[in-house]
Write a protein that binds this ligand. Structure first.
Ligand SMILES: Nc1ncnc2c1ncn2[C@@H]1O[C@H](COP(=O)(O)OP(=O)(O)OP(=O)(O)O)[C@@H](O)[C@H]1O
Ligand code: SF4
Ligand SMILES: [Mg+2]
Length: 347
């Protein structure tokens, strides 16, 4: 049996809202490597997380920790080659998508699981109008007439609060501001009413005020639709208001998972502590952002023992020898640190 915290089987069922309850999407002990001319990069090294209907899981970690590659594997858009899944399962309603046919997976994309990409300009097709791109989904996947599809697309643009949605339908992506393009991306990803939405850094390219508006909109739509949402970010400040649970990633592993309140109150992993300490505080304006010392490991040569040990202020000799498994350290929380119990039980 794997020493990774194993998710229970999903338990879909009716909850009265018309939405299935329980675990919609489960990633279990996922491993992905990139085989390149320079060597093999072990990019995902046993990721286990899940999302339930109506909740938001934030996936947090520094650049290169594997947040997007995990999402790409879930969506079936991993760049293969050079990327290969070497282990694990990605279950949607309990069924392993990695074993499904291309046709079965295609049907899940959009209706079951949809994704918003960081870069809306390259995700939208520049040669078609924004409205047309949304309407096409209704025509192709729902078999609607041209007129009905257009009507639904305008409604979608309206739902994401694009002013004058009817007039804006005929605009091309370059005629939209960055914030509006991101709203259009949200409309496009929600068109087929997915059960799970993966939002990969949906606001990084935007200025701070627009970021907040887009996050509010996403939170609102997630609650209204009772979707399960996976929000990928490297910004702890962004997730506090929106997420229910947080999974912290480091070097292709989940190193801590907890509900937001517990994680902020008492991190159970030194890496999470480091991330929390790197948020600038209001009373420290003008001061330099504190960052975690050192760099993430080279994924072609991950250090033995705990991958965080070269940067960890708490490291002990055991940390250089034994990989700490992700183990439960309290109700609904898990940590991959040899000293997690001490961290959780400290005053
Ligand atoms: N097509 C590819 N070929 C080779 N290596 C890749 C490829 N795509 C991703 N990687 C590597 O996989 C690792 C994880 O990348 P990933 O994009 O998942 O990081 P991330 O956590 O999403 O980071 P960011 O916050 O910068 O988006 C990185 O080291 C990256 O260089
Ligand atoms: S296992 Fe050791 S090196 Fe790794 S995070 Fe815990 S204390 Fe630090
Ligand atoms: Mg990424």
């Amino acid at each position: 049996m794997s020493d990774i915290l194993v998710s229970e089987q999903s338990a879909p069922g009716a909850d009265g809202s018309g939405r299935p309850s329980g675990r919609l999407l489960e990633v279990e002990d996922l491993r992905v490597e990139f085989r390149t001319r320079d060597g093999v990069a072990k990019v995902i090294n046993g990721v286990t997380y899940h999302v339930e209907a109506g909740e938001t899981l934030a996936v947090l970690g520094e650049s290169g920790s594997g947040k997007s590659v995990t999402a790409q594997t879930i969506m079936g858009i991993l760049d293969t080659p050079p990327g290969f899944v070497t282990n694990g399962q990605v279950r949607f309603h309990g069924k392993d998508m990695l074993k499904m046919s291309a046709e079965e997976r295609r049907r899940i994309r959009g209706e079951g699981i949809a994704m918003i990409f960081q870069d809306s300009l390259s995700a939208l097709n520049p040669v078609f109008t924004v409205g047309f791109q949304i309407a096409e989904q209704f025509r192709i996947r729902r078999g609607m007439s041209r007129a009905d599809a257009k009507k639904r697309a305008v409604e979608m643009l309206d739902q994401v609060k694009i002013p004058n949605a009817k007039g804006r339908y005929s605009n091309y992506p370059h005629q939209f501001s960055g914030g509006m393009r991101q709203r259009a991306m949200i409309a496009m990803s929600l068109a087929l009413d997915p059960e799970v939405l993966i939002a990969d850094e949906p606001t990084t390219a935007l200025d701070v005020t627009v970021q907040a508006q887009i996050m509010d909109l996403l939170g609102e739509l997630q609650r209204e639709r009772q979707m399960g949402m996976i929000l990928i970010t490297h910004d702890l400040g962004v997730v506090a208001d929106v997420a229910d649970r947080i999974a912290v990633m480091y070097a292709g592993r989940i190193v801590e998972e907890a509900d937001v309140f517990e994680l902020y109150r008492k991190p159970a992993h030194p890496y999470t502590l480091g991330l929390l300490n790197s948020i600038p505080r209001m009373d420290e304006r003008g001061q330099e952002l504190r960052t975690i010392k050192g760099l993430p490991p080279n994924l072609m040569n991950i250090p033995p023992g705990c991958p965080f040990n070269p940067r960890c202020p708490m490291a002990q000799p055991v940390c250089r020898e034994k990989v700490p498994p992700l183990l439960q350290v309290g109700a609904g929380r898990a940590s991959a640190c040899h000293f997690a119990e001490e961290l959780v039980n400290r005053d």
